[in-house]
Design a protein around this ligand. Structure first.
Ligand code: GDP
Ligand code: IMO
Ligand code: MG
Length: 423
């Protein structure tokens, strides 16, 4: 047995949560491997609409293990709230939720550093979700971090104090105006730690490898998207972890030869929340229409998402970097009623036509080259089988498969679990 992965191929919010929940029946363990509460994964079923930030998207299923891997960064305050909300929905977490001892903790001061750093950048800000993600990974690679496993040892409070004082000095050096009450923040943090200490902490790399040996099926749930990867995304407008397939190896302790299927998930168009280049962005009525019909507001911050045409140059880049074996296309319903759908197949870059992602895709360097495809008028949100979808929808799928050389396995035609069709 091996592990399959679900990875976002664009700038996040592709619909990973919905599809992980949909596919959970086929797996024993769902494992998050990177990122933190910057993620917002939306699930809709049986009249429930729920957004998960730290907890994997298999949590609503019975008898499935949901594991938070070593590569994830956890904010105990947000995590506690998340657990409490699930308890209100009568989700019993006691035997379902496991946490790696090696996962790092987001401190209140990490969040403050994020804020100070963004303020100091002015117009060049990343557009961070301000959840403290970057500063926490900085402390991880700087070998200063506080980990879940530390909570089982004596002296974690001293570590917390030392780190907090160091952070306060750092915040001072940014010379920006931010208001906070450190005692209150630390108290809230400590209370939340006491709460999460009742959860199950494990050596997850051993658990997962043993599970593989025992024939269990594991699904790795990515957060963010490939274009937000710290190495292969649109740096510096990225997040601070490897969101790509390699991140699943380091974030779970699973060897590359244990990875089986890599499901690459994308929207039928493109969105981005936060700053940074976006070659196919539409600042016109079509973009506004996508935002409105697609309800494109950040699941974590509520910020409006920027919208634009599908960009195959970006998808090809993500397919290669991740070794995508099958594709999943979301939100096809949002394109219904658009007469001519454009798809970017190449870029004009410094006077040349290219079909790969160059070092810099800032507006001044890149002009997207589009092909046009006839759209469909029908409302497809109630269609249950692929054969019943409009011919022009099928033509869109065929065009994408031919261009990308990877099969599309699933199409999604609405936010609900039931609005999911195998191709
Ligand atoms: P994630 O971060 O990748 O899990 O995605 P988000 O939950 O942040 O954003 C995806 C949004 O699109 C959510 O509001 C979903 O409910 C919604 N969604 C998912 N699939 C579809 C679909 O096929 N059609 C429509 N209209 N909405 C969808
Ligand atoms: P999911 O898992 C979309 C973006 C932020 C910002 C940049 C850095 O729901 O797809 P950070 O908080 O990491 O410092 O922000 O990355 N970003 C996301 N955009 N979906 C996400 O997660 C994101 N997580 C971070 O908007 O541009
Ligand atoms: Mg999201």
């Amino acid at each position: 047995m091996k592990i399959d992965l679900i990875l976002g191929l664009q700038w996040g919010d592709e619909g990973k949560g919905k599809i992980v929940d949909f596919l959970t029946n086929d797996y024993n363990i769902i494992a998050r491997f990177q990122g933190g509460p910057n993620a917002g994964h939306t699930l809709e079923f049986d009249g429930i609409k729920h957004v998960l930030h730290t907890i994997p998207s298999g949590i609503f299923h019975e008898n499935k293990i949901n594991l938070i891997g070593n590569g994830v960064v956890i904010d105990p305050v947000i995590f506690k709230e998340e657990i409490e909300k699930l308890k209100e929905l009568n989700v019993d977490l006691s035997n379902k939720l496991l946490i790696s001892r090696k996962a790092h903790l987001i401190l209140p001061t990490h969040r403050l550093i994020d804020k100070a750093s963004e303020l100091s950048k002015g117009k060049k800000k990343i557009g961070s979700t301000l959840k403290g993600i970057g500063p926490t990974y900085m402390d991880k690679t700087g070998r200063n971090g506080l980990r879940i496993g530390d909570l089982e040892l004596d002296g974690w409070e001293d570590k917390l104090n030392t780190l907090t004082n160091k952070h306060l000095n750092l915040i001072n050096n940014f010379n920006v105006d931010i208001d906070f009450d450190i005692n209150k923040l630390v108290e809230e943090f400590t209370n939340s730690i006491n709460f999460i200490k009742s959860l199950r902490f494990i050596d997850s790399e051993h658990y997962l490898n043993e599970s593989i040996n025992n024939g269990k099926k594991i699904l790795g749930e990515g957060a963010q998207g490939s274009l937000l990867d710290i190495d292969f995304g649109t740096y510096p407008y990225v997040t601070s972890s490897n969101t790509t397939a390699a991140g699943a190896c380091t974030g779970l302790g699973i060897a590359p030869n244990k990875i089986n299927n890599v499901f690459g998930i994308f929207k039928a168009y493109t969105t981005r929340v936060g700053s940074g280049p976006f070659p196919t962005e539409l600042k016109d009525e079509t973009g506004e229409r996508m935002a409105k019909i697609g309800n494109e507001f950040g699941a974590t911050t509520g910020r409006p998402r920027r919208c634009g045409w599908l960009d195959l140059v970006i998808l090809k880049h993500s397919i290669i970097v991740n070794g995508v074996t099958e594709l999943i296309m979301m939100k096809g319903d949002v394109l219904s009623g658009i007469d001519r759908i454009k798809v970017c197949t190449k870029y004009k870059y410094k006077g040349e036509t290219i079909d790969y992602l160059p070092y810099s895709i800032e507006d001044e360097n890149i002009e997207p080259i589009y092909e046009e495809i006839s759209g469909w008028d029908e409302d497809i949100t109630k269609i249950k089988s692929f054969t019943d979808l409009p011919q022009n929808f099928k033509n869109y799928i065929n065009f994408l498969e031919d261009s990308l050389n990877v099969k599309i396995k699933i199409v999604s035609v609405g936010p609900n679990r039931t609005q999911t069709i195998f191709v």
